[in-house]
Design a protein around this ligand. Structure first.
Ligand code: NAD
Length: 319
């Protein structure tokens, strides 16, 4: 295992950041994980002894103060504006995602941070991709501003590696399904909302249309992939900011059928909104053979085991 002394997480109160921070605390010690976000309140799940600091990633001075003070040697940079919210204000999405990335790169180079993780997304794909098994090297022509910032982020990771020897890594996350923090305005949020509504009201109106198949992953696998990649020796990597990873894919009616096995009177109907267009530009399945070959990636959950676990966890939480 790589021995990081102090880890910085940005966007640490988000859907992925909050669960990743918990796992990093378990692995590296609660006193060695500095959780930051633009939000004020730290959720109970992270525990009172967590180190939490308010940080806007656009504030370079405060970012570097934290890196210096805590002698940070690894950064998980998760602060970003998501696809759905990004389309409501594309220029703000560019500003936060790109200037946030640039601040992280500059600070990491200046203070000799050992490793940096910047997630990418399946939103990097768009025009001209095959629908099934989209490969590591497929054409990147995104249709959302969020996707544009993710392509630029990937290319910058690679550039910083070659130009400054900065060890920067990233994964193209599919839609992430989780039972703790709610997702922050992405196109695949429906795949989390459907569970809450199924348990609370036995009914869900999907803003993604029938027949739209998208790649998804359960949070424990997302966390596992992130930590595995960050603990792999750099010599093994053939990609820097942009590893494809996959677990399973489904349409809204397929996930509804899985839920019905456990909540038989659950019903779904459809009212597509602007996110349908974004979803249609994305692949239905992803070829992750390069990640499997380079660092031994494989997921633990499929659609059935994920659905069972989500319903068990959420039923307890919502009681
Ligand atoms: P999220 O929206 O739940 O969390 C992002 C966090 O960043 C939020 O807590 C928000 O308060 C914070 N933030 C926003 N602007 C900030 C700023 N200026 N300074 C500091 N913090 C700020 O997102 P998430 O799902 O946790 O995603 C984390 C990363 O993973 C993002 O880069 C996202 O693009 C990527 N990703 C997520 C998914 C998914 O399905 N969750 C899929 C693909 C990629």
């Amino acid at each position: 295992m790589v021995n990081y002394k102090k880890i910085l997480v940005t966007g640490g109160l988000g859907q992925i950041g909050s669960e990743l921070s918990l796992e990093l605390q378990k692995r590296y010690g609660i006193e060695n994980v500095v959780i930051t976000d633009i939000k004020n309140e730290i959720p109970e799940v992270l525990g009172q002894n967590s180190i939490y600091l308010k940080l806007d990633v656009l504030d370079y001075e405060k970012l570097t103060e934290i890196i210096k003070k805590y002698e940070i040697d690894a950064i998980f940079h998760l602060a970003a504006i998501f696809s759905g919210r990004g389309e409501e204000d594309p220029f703000n999405c560019w500003n936060v995602n790109m200037n946030g990335n640039i601040n992280i790169f500059k600070a990491a180079i200046e203070y000799k941070v050992k490793r940096v993780f910047i997630p990418s997304s399946m939103a990097v794909w768009g025009i001209g991709i095959p629908k099934e098994n989209v490969s590591q090297d497929s054409v990147l022509r995104p249709t959302s501003m969020y996707g544009v910032t993710k392509v630029a982020g990937e290319r910058l990771c690679e550039y910083m590696f070659h130009k400054y020897n900065l060890d920067c890594r990233g994964l193209r996350y599919p839609g992430i399904i989780s039972s703790e923090a709610l997702p922050g305005g992405g196109t695949t949020d429906y795949a989390v909302e459907i569970f809450y509504e199924a348990i609370k009201h036995k009914k869900y109106t999907s803003y993604i249309d029938k027949g739209t198949k998208l790649p998804m992953m359960y949070m424990p696998d997302c966390i596992k992939a992130t930590i595995m990649l960050m603990e792999t020796d750099v010599e093994k990597l053939t990609c820097h900011g942009d590893y494809n990873i996959a677990a399973f894919s489904f349409t809204p009616e397929e996930i509804a059928d899985e839920i019905k096995k456990l909540i038989p009177d659950f019903e779904i109907d459809y009212k597509p909104d602007f996110r349908q267009k974004i979803a249609e530009s994305w692949p239905a399945s992803i070829d992750d053979s390069v990640a499997r070959r380079d660092w031994g990636w494989s997921p633990d959950y499929d659609i059935t085991t994920m659905t069972k676990d989500m319903i068990e966890k959420l039923s307890k939480k919502l009681k």
